[in-house]
Write a protein that binds this ligand. Structure first.
Ligand code: FPP
Length: 261
């Protein structure tokens, strides 16, 4: 994927095209993680029920998945449903699950066409059977794809993930002597994946909300006031450009923003 790939889906002469031309494709973030926030506020601004914000947010999901794949991002992780989101009204939860199923059915061909591998992170055993079947089907059908890995975080909590990893380690009888950060990370849902270099959060909130707590240790955080349903490829490009202007230090001396460590 490359400049040509992304330009193919941007209107020529547009602001998006100008942004895309500024991207340094040798210094892309390997992993971009997104906290999609502000659907409720987007709906409230239009005097619509909250679920309409989620519905509108699907178009933003499409834009970001396609845009990231075309840019050549290796891993994209979207936070779709947290372990805390069960506290929302039952109708909102069931609408979110229904939207997810519809998204998977309608976008499967796009995922296949773009060589995208779909993967779920989170506690799937607590999801309804029909949702799990749909997720497993999308994972199986895209498993052989070699392009971008698209993680969807569902019934996900960062602390729960760390506790689960610790339990797996204990069950394996791991000894304290051989345990280090590298080994521990192999028990997380994201085993084998690069850590996020860039964490995007929409709707202006300055929180990490229990998202990828271990993995974002060195991530650059970019927050926009844009509400998730208004998020488009333009915002993704802005986030990547902001990332590329930062110096990454990892607690040491200056580094230009680079993928990996
Ligand atoms: C936060 O907005 C958003 C969510 C809890 C869910 C995000 C889900 C989608 C965009 C749709 C389904 C996803 C996929 C991948 C098909 P909020 O409701 O907390 O907004 P608020 O803070 O303004 O109330």
């Amino acid at each position: 994927m490359s400049l040509d790939q992304i330009l193919a889906v941007l209107p020529s002469g547009s602001a998006e095209e100008a942004l895309a031309r500024q991207i340094d494709f040798d210094r892309l973030p390997a992993h971009v993680a997104v906290i999609m926030d502000g659907n409720g506020r987007w709906a409230a601004q239009r005097h619509l029920p909250r679920v309409e914000g989620h519905r509108a947010g699907i178009e933003s999901v499409r834009e970001v998945v396609e845009g990231s794949a075309r840019l050549g991002i290796q891993v994209l992780t979207l936070y779709a449903f947290s372990v805390e989101n069960w506290k929302r009204p039952a109708t909102e939860v069931s609408t979110l699950m229904g939207l997810l199923k519809r998204y998977l059915r309608s976008e499967l061909n796009t995922l296949l066409r773009n060589d995208i591998r779909f993967h779920v992170i989170g506690r799937q055993e607590e999801l309804a059977g029909d949702v799990r079947r749909e997720l497993a089907d999308a994972e199986a059908k895209t498993a052989a794809n070699a392009g971008m890995l698209f993680n969807i975080a569902l019934n996900y909590g960062g602390r729960a993930e760390i506790v689960e990893a610790a339990k797996k380690l204990i069950a394996e009888g791991a000894d304290a002597e051989s345990l280090d950060e590298q080994r521990f990370s192999q028990f997380l849902y994201t085993a084998g994946q690069p850590d996020p270099d860039l964490l995007i959060r929409t709707s202006g909130e300055m929180r990490v909300s229990n998202f990828l707590l271990w993995q974002i240790a060195y991530a650059e955080i970019w927050v926009t006031d844009t509400l998730w349903p208004d998020f488009r490829k333009r915002h993704l490009l802005e986030a990547i450009l902001a990332y590329q202007k930062r110096e990454r230090r990892y607690g040491g001396i200056k580094h230009p923003a680079v993928a990996g460590r």
